[in-house]
Design a protein around this ligand. Structure first.
Ligand SMILES: C[S@@+](CC[C@H](N)C(=O)[O-])C[C@H]1O[C@@H](n2cnc3c(N)ncnc32)[C@H](O)[C@@H]1O
Length: 200
């Protein structure tokens, strides 16, 4: 039987029953900083949730495509973009089943709490998806959370481990930078790592 976490229905139910404690209610400070310093380009935000980071990058002049398979997330992202008066493309799709026309289209993939939301058995698949979506010099901007939980404890969110991230990505990616961001919101201080990986 399929793990319910792989389905849009599971996530839609989380939104409809307010079981959305991952939602920080506004932009992620680390991405606000990155959006000001990175060269402009096309960004794809996977598992965009209510789209706060989508709006941040669009306001900073990036061309943004947001993907989420939960209806409520897609509607909220569109509404947040409308309020901020920015144009973004919001796709209601499964990240593991994206149209091939998107392959090679993006300069950046933005990752925040999507990796920990997918079943860990799909992490290699996730690696392939993001690799395919990026242009040859594309970069993964990954803010990986939560570092203080072991993957064997179950999820979502499933724990992430820095050495596991190195093992997973170093095959097809070069690590450009890694830091424990200073701007993490208080409950996430020391519990998330920012990694920028460049496609090999
Ligand atoms: C933990 S939430 C994080 C949302 C957002 N990134 C944030 O930080 O607020 C995970 C999001 O990923 C979406 N998601 C999970 N698996 C997905 C999949 N296979 N395809 C598309 N979206 C997915 C869920 O619907 C949910 O909105």
């Amino acid at each position: 039987m399929e793990d319910p976490v792989n389905t849009a229905e599971f996530w839609e139910a989380c939104y409809e029953t307010d079981m959305d404690n991952w939602d920080i209610g506004g932009p992620t400070p680390t991405f606000e900083r990155l959006s000001k310093v990175l060269p402009k380009g096309n960004v794809c935000v996977l598992g965009c949730g209510r789209g706060y980071d989508v709006v941040t990058f669009a306001k900073a002049g990036f061309e943004v495509t947001a993907v989420d398979f939960a209806r409520s997330a897609v509607l909220a992202t569109r509404e947040n973009a409308r309020k901020a008066e920015v144009d973004v493309t919001v796709l209601r799709e499964d990240i593991f089943d994206l149209p091939e026309q998107l392959h090679g289209k993006f300069d950046y993939i933005l990752e925040y709490t999507c990796f920990c939301a997918i079943n860990p058995t799909r992490r290699f698949e996730y690696d392939r998806v993001i690799w395919q979506l990026l242009k040859p010099d594309g970069k993964l901007l990954g803010l990986f959370f939560p570092l203080d939980k072991d993957v064997t404890e179950g999820g979502p969110p499933w724990g992430v481990d820095i050495s596991e991230l190195h093992r997973l990505f170093s095959l097809h990616w070069d690590l450009e930078s890694e830091e424990m961001p200073k701007e993490s919101i208080e409950p996430r201080v020391d519990r998330e790592v920012l990694m920028i990986w460049k496609k090999k």
